[in-house]
Design a protein around this ligand. Structure first.
Ligand code: HEM
Ligand code: UGT
Length: 363
């Protein structure tokens, strides 16, 4: 039927590129393509070899148009967790991912890949946006914590989780197998690495204790390889400082810390022309970079990240591949025009394998 014909086409396209990059002969490629076509025509599905899975996950990172960190695409550590079906075993894999990727602060870009969507089998979904993230609470006095987490925090509370009501409560992991009751578990505190944020010279937060978690681990995107959908495949890199300093801490609909920082720096917040927002933003981003470095947690500044992206562009051209990208995401939110990215154009062509958004499993 058409679904099987479509899957065969996507599989052949992936295998051709993958086997070419891995240096296999045409004979080896053709025999694998025939084997896969057999499997698809009898089961409407085919299973990747671990090698195909690992290289496919790396290709997907290399094809991620919004990602400035792609220079290191070929050094992704891939954990093949297929066959993990029991909830407690899934939680163990997720805890292992957090501790392995954290690596005492010397962060290892890692992806853990669970079973793909298989016809007739229960799919696995991770309900968290990121494995480590802070709760958000709506109260009469306003929002406490991360406003971005308000909806998911309510879901966790409904499932029986209880937060401490602070601005930095780490949320539990929530997973669901098929249509069974979703299960939640607190993350063991011994594997959690957090960074207290302070400025090298100024008390920019006054008496407020500000911190952030060390490792960003995206857990709600779908990895597609050769027509196969991996809906539970959490992946991490390290942060670019501006993500924390210019968005998570600075956005008005996130922690909205610019007024606090500006006041503690004695800036004139009564007029735009004092550029108080810009001066507070730079000091806040300096504090983030300084604090992660002081605590031995990998982080990259946006200038270095842009230089690394330029190296990626040149390497791709050397490899005979077109560089695709989404300009609006690739430019950093602080001093964008001081990077080369701002001054050139990128083709936003989406090629597979890749990472995609997927429907939230909860409302
Ligand atoms: C190694 C260090 C890495 C750095 C510094 C980095 C940096 C970034 C940044 C700054 C963004 C934009 C995020 C935002 O504006 O919210 C981004 C997006 C993205 N990155 Fe990377 N990244 C890294 C590694 C990775 C890895 C290992 C993967 C996957 C295997 C990945 C896949 C993606 C994807 C799919 C997006 C777009 C997310 C979306 O559409 O919402 N990145 N990256
Ligand atoms: N540094 C990172 N930054 C991000 C990468 C992808 C997505 C995000 C957060 O995206 C949110 C959803 C859309 N904007 C914010 C952040 C990484 C996380 C995981 C691997 S690298």
């Amino acid at each position: 039927n058409t679904d099987r014909a479509k899957l065969m086409k996507e599989a052949e396209n992936f295998l051709t590129n993958c086997y070419d990059e891995l240096g296999y002969s045409m004979t080896e490629l053709n025999s694998r393509v025939n084997q896969v076509n057999e499997e698809i025509s009898s089961n409407g599905f085919y299973a990747h070899t671990t090698e195909e899975l690992k290289h496919g996950a790396k290709m997907a990172w290399r094809n991620s148009n919004k990602c400035i960190g792609r220079l290191f695409w070929d050094r992704l550590h891939v954990i093949d967790a297929r066959g993990t079906k029991e909830e407690n075993a899934i939680f163990e894999q997720l805890f292992n991912h957090i501790s392995f990727a954290t690596n005492g602060g010397k962060i290892i870009p890692t992806i853990t890949i669970f079973d793909p969507v298989i016809p007739g089998e229960d799919p696995i979904r991770i309900w968290n946006h990121q494995l480590l993230r802070y709760a958000g609470y709506e109260t009469e006095q306003g929002v406490i914590g991360d406003p971005d987490s308000i909806t998911f925090t309510k879901v966790c509370l409904e499932l029986g989780w209880e937060g401490n009501g602070t601005a930095f409560d780490l949320l539990p992991l929530v997973i669901q197998v098929g249509n069974k009751q979703p299960m939640w578990k607190e993350i063991p505190e011994e594997i959690i690495m957090e960074v207290p944020i302070e400025h090298p010279t100024e008390p920019i937060f006054g008496d407020m204790e500000v911190k952030w978690y060390g490792v960003p681990i995206i857990s709600d995107m779908r990895l597609e390889i050769g027509g196969i959908q991996y809906c539970a495949a959490p992946f991490n890199g390290w942060y670019m400082g501006t993500e924390v300093g210019a968005r998570n801490f600075a956005d008005e609909n996130r922690y909205n810390l610019l007024p606090l920082v500006a006041n503690n720096l004695n800036l004139d917040v009564q007029t735009n022309r004092s550029l108080w927002k810009d001066r507070a933003l730079v000091e806040l981003n300096l504090a983030v970079l300084y604090s992660y470095q002081q605590h031995g947690v990998t982080i990259v500044d946006h200038h270095t990240a842009a230089q690394q992206f330029l190296a990626f562009e040149n390497k791709e051209i050397q490899s005979g591949r077109d560089v695709t990208g989404m300009w609006s995401w690739l430019i950093p939110p602080v001093s964008p025009a001081t990077t080369h990215v701002f001054h050139k154009r990128y083709e936003n062509k989406v090629i597979t394998p890749n990472y995609y958004y997927q429907e939230k499993p909860f409302i």
